[in-house]
Ligand binder design. Structure first.
Ligand code: UDX
Ligand code: UDX
Length: 475
């Protein structure tokens, strides 16, 4: 203790996912004097985090394996000893998933808090004398109240050393973006800490001060912190939907969405970030968080506000649909029996994550139309694609679904060979470097490229027989 501020020596993080894993790895690397235990109910995930071969870590994130190599088994440990590690901790991070509810009250909109609640119950049962509980997961506003009620009504109010337990709840939302998570954690725009207990806030602040300048650490009340995270994601998603709506206007008028984004983005009040058009936003957060915001607004009787934010998700759904339709229309109204190379399945570049990926929706649409999809992605595990598209195995890596078929290729050339069309759905760097003249010579003609990420520089295409459609342009 330092003037009453608890000195954190032992952290337990519940949830070894895309947020918990990288966040704890960076804290461990920056604070070698703190022991960090990341616990998870999923045994396979835990053993993947402990894998000798760093290529087998459950998450692909640039720079992550280097940090794991330094900190793992020094002061960073992965296990499924949830009760034990909670009981040893001064501070517990809750970093479990909070998906949209599929059943019951608020189904389709509200976040499912069952795992957060069960974490709170575990902490209530196993924690020792004084524990700071930190919400890392993105949560609906006022969830801290739920956590606090569970902790305070704990039946076992005495810990194993016969000391009275006490808890403080803080909100410390994560703003990391997949693909740049390590950079975002090492050099955050800001660290946000919400809470009522000043000493607990200071204890958490002291951890971040090991590498984050004080001016970037802001403290607010609990509800502002919880709401800020939802609003940050809503604003980011809104920008993507805004530029995607503009992409359709550009196609209809001859304007070029890149030029419009540059011109508009040079206004310092607007800025150029997050103005890249694409096949729609994916990832585990944007849709879930906006739907949750919509749910909260409806609950509060703010119908107009709910409708406003709901439109952001509607435009996103529409963008994916209109891309599928463009492809079918341009391929003479039918893709049945046609081979289509789908380049990129991850929801964005530099991640193996496929949650809410636009590629799933577009692949499903084309399969429904009877296409033969040849999917390529440099990092996505084929098992995730199987989980999404649902296979009936047809031999030699072919899967029949509805009318269509899909298969998975490691080599771009193999995916493209004999294809009538290529669709680029993820902005992987390797797709920017493709020699298009060479690759397209492998296709069946008339051939099309549908570039939804604007990775192709038209000037480099010398193949006059090729049809190029680029989102938000008249190419
Ligand atoms: C994150 C955030 O924490 C969430 O709030 C955000 O809205 C979505 O992204 P993420 O780390 O991406 O979640 O989720 P995921 O990769 O699914 O990891 C969650 C982990 O928690 C899983 O490994 C799961 O096994 C684990 N878990 C879940 C537990 O250990 N205990 C539980 O009770 C529930
Ligand atoms: C997001 C937030 O950025 C992060 O702060 C939060 O903690 C979690 O959610 P993430 O989902 O990992 O992070 O990725 P992000 O880079 O925000 O991209 C989300 C989606 O928007 C991707 O599908 C991406 O391709 C798309 N996008 C992003 C665009 O289509 N255009 C853009 O200009 C930016």
């Amino acid at each position: 203790m330092n003037g009453g501020v608890p000195l954190v020596k032992n952290i337990c993080c519940i949830g070894a996912g895309y947020v918990g894993g990288p966040t704890m790895a960076v804290i461990a690397a920056k604070c070698p004097e703190i022991t960090i235990n990341v616990v998870d109910v999923n045994q396979k995930r835990v053993s993947d985090w402990n894998s000798e071969d760093l290529a087998n870590l459950p998450i692909y994130e640039p720079g992550l394996s280097e940090i794991i190599e330094i900190a793992r088994n020094r002061n960073l440990f992965f296990s499924n000893e949830i009760a034990k590690k909670i009981s040893e901790a001064d501070m517990v991070f809750i970093s479990v998933n909070t998906p949209t509810k599929t059943k019951g009250l608020g189904a389709g909109l509200a976040s499912d808090l069952r795992w957060v609640e069960s974490c709170a119950r575990q902490v209530a049962e196993f924690a020792k004398e004084r524990t700071i509980v930190v919400e890392k997961s993105t949560l609906p506003v006022r969830t801290a109240q739920v956590i606090k009620s569970i902790l305070d009504s704990s039946t076992s109010k005495i810990d194993q050393d016969k000391k009275i337990k006490s808890f403080s709840v803080l909100s410390n939302p994560e703003f990391l973006s997949e693909g740049t998570a390590i950079d975002d954690l090492e050099f955050p725009d800001r660290v946000l800490i919400g809470g009522e207990d000043k000493l607990a806030i200071e204890a958490l602040t002291n951890i971040y001060l090991n590498w984050v300048p004080k001016t970037k650490i802001i403290t607010t009340n609990l509800w502002s912190s919880e709401l800020s995270k939802l609003i940050a994601n809503a604003f980011l998603a809104q920008r993507v939907s805004s530029i995607n709506s503009v992409s359709a206007i550009c196609e209809a008028t001859g304007a070029d969405v890149r030029e419009v984004a540059d011109a508009v983005g040079m206004d310092s009040r607007i800025g150029r970030n997050f103005l890249n058009t694409g096949p729609g936003f994916g990832g585990s957060c944007f849709k879930k968080d906006i739907l949750n915001l919509v749910y909260i607004c409806k609950y509060l009787g703010l119908e107009e506000v709910a409708n406003y934010w709901e439109k952001v998700v509607e435009i996103n759904t529409w963008q994916k649909k209109r891309i599928s339709q463009k492809i079918v229309q341009n391929l003479f109204g039918t893709v049945a029996g046609k081979k289509i190379a789908l380049l990129g399945y991850a929801f964005k570049a530099n991640t193996n994550d496929t949650r809410e990926t636009p590629a799933k929706t577009i692949a499903e649409d084309l399969i429904e139309e009877g296409a033969i999809l040849a999917i390529h992605d440099p990092k996505v595990d084929v098992v995730n694609i199987q989980n999404d598209l649902g296979p009936e195995y047809k031999g030699i890596d072919y899967y029949q679904v509805n009318n269509g078929v899909w298969s998975y290729y490691d080599v771009i050339e193999e995916a493209v060979k004999g294809a009538d069309a290529i669709i680029i759905l993820t902005d992987w760097d390797i797709y920017r470097r493709i020699n298009w003249d060479k690759i397209t010579s492998l296709m069946r003609y008339p051939a099309w490229i549908f570039d939804t990420r604007l990775v192709i520089n038209k000037e480099n295409l010398n193949n006059n027989n090729l049809n190029l459609w680029q989102l938000g342009t008249t190419n």
